[in-house]
Design a protein around this ligand. Structure first.
Ligand code: PEP
Length: 247
């Protein structure tokens, strides 16, 4: 595992202000758990309040629009997220790809906009069960990476990759530790080719998909795993901190 694992909670479309108590509890505990980098991505409506309540952990968003501003009803730009207190944005999550038809090129455009606005990016990739069964998992993920990642000088330092097999998200099922390690090594190769060995080697690759306190240590010990992107188990301080402690 990486020297300082990065554990990120994705609250998805969960949370009203009542949930800020969980963010506060996570933030208090983070003060003791300094060997782990902890962050939360609440819904847009809670970013500003979470930033104010939680002063130690990272706070980010779950999506942004690629444009700086304009006539895009219901959308939020990267600059707005930055202004609300976000430090990063999750992009290309499989739920965005499925629910909103996001393609790799959309993810890249959003990533470019996010980086220009001063945000870091967590770029999500992952295969479906059918693609894995067909032996195409690594090629699918490599294609997503090459199509979604932002390009340019110095950009790699702003990027984290999250490998999230679609069939493991919210299902309670996970790949074997060997399969996670094999995929993360394959992702590392693509990153080294894409950004060059020196920059590619520094990018953290998170595993996401049904990470829980009782399987976190095992999954986080797989080759090239630099942390975890956690959905359901990030919704209470108790279970999320169970994962942070396991890291
Ligand atoms: C996610 O959606 O990013 C995720 C990993 O969800 P879960 O942990 O609930 O599988």
């Amino acid at each position: 595992m990486a020297e300082r694992p990065y554990i990120v909670g994705n609250w998805k479309m969960h949370g009203t202000r009542a949930m800020l108590a969980e963010a506060r509890a996570i933030d208090r505990a983070a003060e003791r758990l300094i060997k782990v980098e902890v962050a939360l991505a609440p819904p847009f409506t809670l970013i500003h309040a979470t930033r104010k309540e939680a002063t130690l952990i990272g706070v980010g968003a779950q999506d942004c629009h690629p444009a700086d501003g304009g006539a895009h009803t219901g959308d939020v730009s990267a600059a707005m997220l930055k202004d609300a207190g976000a430090g990063f944005v999750i992009l290309g999550h499989s739920e965005r790809r499925a629910d909103h038809g996001e393609k790799d090129a959309d993810v890249r455009a959003k990533a470019d906009s996010a980086i220009a606005a001063g945000l870091n990016v967590i770029a999500c990739v992952g295969e479906t069960e059918e693609q894995r069964d067909a032996g195409k998992a690594e090629s699918v993920v490599a294609k997503q990476l090459k199509g979604s990642l932002p390009e340019g000088e110095g950009v790699a330092a702003k990027v984290t990759v999250a490998y999230e097999p679609v069939w493991a998200i919210g299902t309670g099922r996970t790949p074997t530790v060997e399969d996670v390690g094999a995929m993360h090594c394959s992702i590392r190769k693509v990153l080294n080719e894409f950004y060059g060995e020196e920059a590619g080697a520094t990018i953290r690759i998170l595993y996401g998909g049904s990470v829980k306190p009782d399987n976190a240590a095992e999954l986080l010990a797989a080759d090239e795993v630099g942390g975890a992107l956690v959905g359901g188990a990030s919704l209470t301080a108790d279970s999320f901190l169970g994962i942070v402690v396991a890291a």
